[in-house]
Design a protein around this ligand. Structure first.
Ligand code: ZN
Length: 141
């Protein structure tokens, strides 16, 4: 790929490409983890002892983050569409996921945890996401 081709790519595409070249995982969860880590936050991942096994856990802040795929968890964005075939099958699957999310959320908040959901589509605008998370989480130190 020529320099020019690289320059005319959108920043998102460019960073996705660079990440691939570096051999790093570009999945939504990894994006959020790297972003938080880069901002100086310390956290645990995949806390099996908490309901729903949250993706990211800030014990001292009593806050957890779930990074949700927009399709499976039914985000109200373009990615949360319903496939045209086997609609009932998909609908049941989606209902199950949404219901499970609701129960997990309830169980966590009932025991004093704050629950933050980061949507997959948000990870494509990492600057805005970083701002939002800093606002909810407070200073890193
Ligand atoms: Zn979304």
């Amino acid at each position: 790929m020529g320099r020019r081709q690289f320059d005319i790519m959108s920043p998102d595409k460019r960073s996705a490409l660079m990440a691939r070249i570096r051999g790093r995982d570009t999945g939504p969860e990894m994006i959020v983890r790297r972003l938080l880590h880069g901002s100086g936050y310390r956290f645990r991942i995949h806390a099996a002892n908490l309901p729903g096994r949250p993706d990211i856990v800030f014990r001292s802040r009593r806050t957890v983050i779930f990074v949700h795929g927009c399709f499976w968890h039914r985000h109200d964005c373009g990615l949360g569409y319903t496939p045209k075939t086997r609609r009932q099958f998909w609908q049941n699957k989606f209902n199950g996921t949404v219901e499970r999310d609701r129960r997990v959320h309830e169980a966590l908040t009932a025991s004093g945890w704050r629950v933050i959901v980061v949507w997959e589509c948000e990870t494509k605008k990492s600057l805005a996401l970083a701002r939002r998370l800093a606002k909810v989480l407070g200073p890193a130190a």
